[in-house]
Write a protein that binds this ligand. Sequence first.
Ligand code: C2O
Ligand code: CU
Length: 436
Amino acid sequence: AHAAHAGEAAAATTPAGSVVSVADLRTPAEASPTGDVKRFALTAQQQVVTLEGVGTVNAWSYGSVPGPEVRVTEGDLVEVTLANRDIGAGVTIHWHGYDVPNGEDGVAGVTQNAVLPGESFTYRFTADDPGTYWYHTHQASAEGVQRGLYGTLVVLPRGGIAEAVDLALPVHALGGALLMGDATTEQRRAVAAGARVRIRLINTDQVPRRFRVTGTAFEVAAVDGRDLNRPTAIEDRALRLPAGGRLDVTLSMPNSPVRVTTDASPRAGLTLSPGAAARSDTAIEPHDGPDLDLLGYGTPEAAAMPEGSGTVLASMVLDRLPRFRHGLPSVAYTVDGAVFPHIDSIEVTEGDVVRLTVANRGWETHPMHVHGHHVLVLSRNGVPASGSPLWLDTFDVQPGEVWEVAFLADNPGIWMDHCHNLDHAAEGMMMALRYR
Ligand code: C2O
Ligand code: CU
């Protein structure tokens, strides 16, 4: 029997409503970290942004597009105060891929009310999972994120990383141009030959993006904020990054330039040049290699599968169905033929292992995002994952595909699972994971 329905949580969006159950799940003040307190203040606002070679865009921002980088160290207590200056739709901050306590998850109508103009809200969590994440609004999120309410979250391990050069590159379509970081044109950087480099690619868009790293061999060191087990050096492989996903690329700077490009833009790109002078006049041979298949990349590890006190089997069939909305023909993005909030929640008890099968019967890719948890990929289309254990928070279920994943229910609360094509989520492809 389903104890409660996700729709009830969504109904709590009424301005006067307060969500009592999850307030208890906010980080207690005495969850005292061993590190420092890192404080950030973000002001959501309407902002006219000037993009080089493009013109001006009426954006929504957390002060800049992308928002200020939130970069902290493992052990820090992170405290981010969000104020809303004038975004009438309201805003929140959802820490995408960072498994915060439920009350910090930033889902308007579920874990908090939207922050309206003139209001503020302070998020607090301890940074104990090093890796690459991002943040974005979770109120009117399809419009809000596209217009610029997003930024990077990086948690460095306590001892730092092995790479001397560390670049985060959130990639986002804005005003008809592609932003890589904050640039719509080629960026150049001087990097000493021999230096180790980490490039954190973050797809903040609705659609998958493909990247190429040319000029040297490289490794994919981490995916969705989780290190891969002994990744091997590769060359001539394109990297496909689902909407919402992250890839950390590491490399040793050679004596010649290295370039990072994407199919999504002929203009935006990053060129690393050895030595002091950041030249870009050396031709780089483009490659046209196939996509790297992450399910077979890296080194397998025994006992990756979490052990739980119980097992929950769950499944989702994704599709697109015609419907009428406001009297007009429209489409619904469905889970098991229904739209949120009319989709049964997955109900779990803390300690359960959840085995989830997701099948895509439609014609469009659905990057499924799981809040509050990382899932271990077991198989795709019946073929077992054969590389490094792959722990993802966003997995791209392409047309016709069936994915099997598993995760440990170790983070109590009410969590949303949804397509990260946020237009699809807004048209129904969203459901809840609930702890009893
Ligand atoms: Cu990145 Cu529910 O979102
Ligand atoms: Cu979708």
